[in-house]
Ligand binder design. Structure first.
Ligand code: UDP
Length: 372
């Protein structure tokens, strides 16, 4: 065996494992089927702007260990995510907070907002929320559900809110304060120089082969190392033999515009059902300093994001963590446990709607065991 570890996938999970293994004196080879490193956090330079090619990634965490870890590889700016919701031309602040409630109902005090939510929740007759719709209404009331949640969520997930798990909406804070910060996180920002540079730093001194599809020749590649760290889709690894897990895929239409400012914010969510895209990202506004001098850059790059059901050949982005898929995943997990020389990790390897910080925590835990 030439290597101690073959890491399949150079995203956050794979790159951090590779880094830690190398640090422990292990021989590591990283392969990735794409022509570039960094998986879905890959950023590409267009017109001097770091474009998030596989969707907007805003780093945020409450985990100090994770923050201390990631900041070894990049400096982070002080970007705070505060998306704007556009419902048929009406603009609302996100996440749901006093600015949103004031615009929606004209309420001025937290008590008035709370009373309004309580009244709408009561009218809807929800006691124990059983799905995303009921969860949303009991958190923010029917009006906000109808204008800011229903259309967006059904476009993003391609399923009625009544059939979606409630945990998805619990990702968003609801606040009775005037605070447009989307994340309840102590640490937040975008790596200065882009995510690709950050992953490059993780992979420094490690052999990386790009454009190599592990699953096309699994047996041969597996012979290269004692152990495999596999970060691709778990069902694909087993050639979908128990059936396909469901994923949502995303398509981006990226455009460079000859104007300095298109929408005045990094993210605008289109929360009605009719607009075909879910959101528009204007990448320049992720970068610190651009809020003062971004208008000096004559151009801007925007991406319209379209959500679709994943089918064979598409890129999987979001696992659909409902009961049906949960059960199938458990079956795949049993198969995975029998592959004693393979560790499955990351959003696709564990079929889990992980944020970046949770991926980092998960791989660091794995390293503690595997590289002890
Ligand atoms: N969501 C919504 N309206 C919005 C933004 C989000 O209803 O304007 C809901 C939607 O169900 C979405 C979930 O909140 O799937 C989580 O959103 P988040 O922004 O965390 O999703 P991500 O950034 O991971 O795509």
């Amino acid at each position: 065996m030439k290597y101690d570890y073959l890491v399949v996938g150079s995203g956050l999970y794979g790159a951090i494992f590779a880094h830690e293994a190398k640090r422990k004196g292990k021989k590591v080879l990283v392969i990735d089927k794409r022509p570039n490193i960094a998986g879905n956090i890959f950023t590409e330079d267009i017109e001097g702007i770091h474009v998030h090619k596989y969707g907007a990634h805003i780093f945020h965490t409450n985990n100090k260990k994770v923050w201390n870890y990631i900041t070894q590889f990049a400096e982070f700016n002080r970007f705070t995510n505060s998306p704007v919701a556009n419902y048929k031309g009406e603009l609302y602040s996100l996440p749901f907070n006093m600015y949103t409630f004031n615009k929606m109902w004209g309420v001025v005090t937290p008590e008035e907002a709370e009373a309004k939510i309580e009244e709408q929740k009561k009218e809807a007759g929800i006691k124990e929320p059983m799905n995303l719709e009921e969860q949303a209404i009991s958190l923010v009331g029917t009006d906000i559900y109808e204008k800011l949640i229903k259309g967006y969520t059904e476009k993003q997930w391609g399923r009625p809110c009544t059939e979606l798990p409630s945990f998805i909406i619990k990702r968003l804070p609801v606040r009775l304060t005037f605070d447009n910060n989307y994340f309840n996180a102590l640490y937040q920002g975008i790596p200065v120089g882009g995510y690709t540079k950050m992953v490059e730093n993780m992979l420094e001194g490690i052999e990386v082969r790009l454009g190599v599809d592990y699953l096309e020749n699994k047996e041969e590649y597996s012979k290269l190392a004692d152990k495999i760290i596999y970060t691709g889709a778990i069902d694909a690894y087993f050639d979908y033999k128990l059936g396909t897990l469901e994923y949502r895929s995303v398509r981006f239409e990226t455009e460079t515009l000859d104007k300095p400012n298109f929408q005045g914010n990094a993210a605008v969510n289109y929360t009605d059902a009719e607009t075909p895209w879910t959101r528009i990202i204007e990448h320049k506004w992720f970068e610190f300093g651009k809020d003062e001098d971004g208008n000096d850059l004559p151009k801007t790059v925007i991406s319209r994001e379209y959500s679709s059901e994943w089918k064979l050949g598409d890129e999987p982005y979001y696992p659909v963590n409902d009961d049906k898929n949960g059960k199938l995943y458990e079956e795949y997990k049993k198969l995975a446990e029998k592959e004693t020389n393979v560790i499955f990790g990351g959003r696709l390897g564990e079929y889990k709607y992980y944020d970046m910080d949770a991926v980092i925590a998960s791989v660091l835990n794995m390293c503690d065991v595997e590289l002890a």
